[in-house]
Design a protein around this ligand. Sequence first.
Ligand code: PLP
Length: 334
Amino acid sequence: MSVIDLRSDTVTQPTAAMLEAMTRAATGDDVYGEDPTVNQLEAELARRLGFAAALFVPTGTMSNLLGLLAHCERGDEYIVGQQAHTYKYEGGGAAVLGSIQPQPLEVQADGSLDLADVAAAIKPDDFHFARTRLLALENTMQGKVLPLEYLARARAFTREHGLALHLDGARLYNAAVKLGVDAQEITRHFDSVSVCLSKGLGAPVGSVLCGSVELIGKARRLRKMVGGGMRQAGLLAAAGLYALDNNVQRLADDHANAQWLADGLVKAGYAVEPVQTNMVYVQMGDRAEAFKAFAAERGIRLSAAGRLRMVTHMDVDRAGIEQVIAAFVEFSRN
Ligand SMILES: *Cc1c(COP(=O)(O)O)cnc(C)c1O
């Protein structure tokens, strides 16, 4: 029985073509700056997203951490969503490793932070307070795409208040594909952007931080400090380049599959949140554990949560989605 794993879009396996691109990669020691494939990936993503420089790192967590540390000094503060990855899901790294204080704010229904809330959270220039330096947004945020008009307002707002603006764009390309725009329409509003290659894009490992030459220079020093300086990393960068060339537009298939799944579950009587990209949230209440076990017997891997998140990706096709819908239908009859 082949397994349908909807826990995350991180579970994808590299395809034969991607593995072949990896074995063909020219490599060198990237700590010496001598890995041509890493250099190519960094240059390529910087170019695509409209930045002067970029840095290849093992994970999105490290990419965000280096971004925060490069923007903020010890005793500074970043404003961030209460439910944002850079606040909630990165082990408190900015505080632990950077002595940077987070100021979390409630995320709005559309995935944005209310700029009036942000304004109210900015600390006055007074020695009682941490120095507010940065606003960190996330796009997509729990599968939701931030409106371009909001990003323009956030840019103007941060300029007015002298804050830097960072994007956790782990799923930047899901947002761009959903909006049908070039990714630069999103990234042009930010001082730094972190992109994951290992989510929907299907690479086994890797994220890239983009920013100015100065910011990326700082991030490169910090990457060494936290142990992220890799050697013949071109093997991994080649998978990232392959993903950028082949797996961006196909994210639309994942979005269509997520919508198909949501429609099927609504028909079966489940409470499903509106779908924008590749995430489906369904209310399972106290049946979550039981359904997880029920689904597992049918070769479907899920998380157990009252608000169950299912994430579509390249290793789940429409037939797989139909199997998942069938499991929900069968479960609701029991
Ligand atoms: C996955 C993810 C990251 C970081 O991912 P790693 O697992 O550390 O590579 C950062 N932000 C968001 C929104 C994510 O979904």
